[in-house]
Design a protein around this ligand. Structure first.
Ligand code: ADP
Length: 158
């Protein structure tokens, strides 16, 4: 049976850290579905369409990675598309505390669901979408923290 994991997140924007987790997970899973969360009441820096298009471009030559969007609970997405594994990355103990609560609550809601965590590689520990948004807001260049195939300027207002 094909082993599939959903990698959910806001990916605002998708970073080298996210890229590394998704690619490394392909050694464990046959297919990764990157699921970009949409929350109508939460303002994002990049629109949903931009976030989807950035991630699709990053993995345009990787057929084992699919990119979708969703609204609502990740467990409901997993039920709907019949996937039993959630993939998440861990950078710090703060990530761990947060992920532990979410992972345990998700498991309580959907008992055959497993959350699989990959530790970030040391060079990506400080890479953070919030910091990248701040660099962009102040006209800095965050390209070293973004996947090589992405020219973020194409997605910024002129
Ligand atoms: P969310 O809003 O759901 O936390 P993010 O887009 O911030 O979405 O992150 C999605 C996932 O990627 C989370 O599991 C997060 O811990 C992980 N992640 C974020 N940045 C990195 C990084 N630099 N290295 C490894 N994992 C990361």
């Amino acid at each position: 049976m094909e082993k599939v994991a959903v990698f959910p997140g806001s990916f605002d924007p998708f970073t080298v850290g996210h890229e590394s987790i998704a690619l490394r997970a392909l050694t464990i899973f046959d297919k990764i579905i990157i699921a970009v969360g949409y929350n109508a009441s939460k303002k994002s820096f990049f629109t949903l369409e931009q976030r989807l298009s950035i991630i699709k471009k990053v993995f345009e030559n990787e057929p084992r990675i699919e990119v979708i969007s969703y609204e609502g609970l990740t467990v409901d997405l997993c039920k709907k598309i019949k996937v039993k594994n959630i993939l998440r990355g861990l950078r710090t103990s703060a990530d761990f505390e947060f992920e532990r609560a979410v992972g345990q609550v998700n498991k309580a809601m959907l008992s055959d669901l497993e959350t699989v965590f990959l530790l970030t590689t040391p060079e990506h520990t400080s890479v953070n979408s919030t910091v990248i948004r701040d660099i962009l807001l102040h006209n800095g260049d965050p390209s070293q923290f973004l996947p090589k195939s992405i020219n973020i300027k194409e997605y910024l207002p002129r």
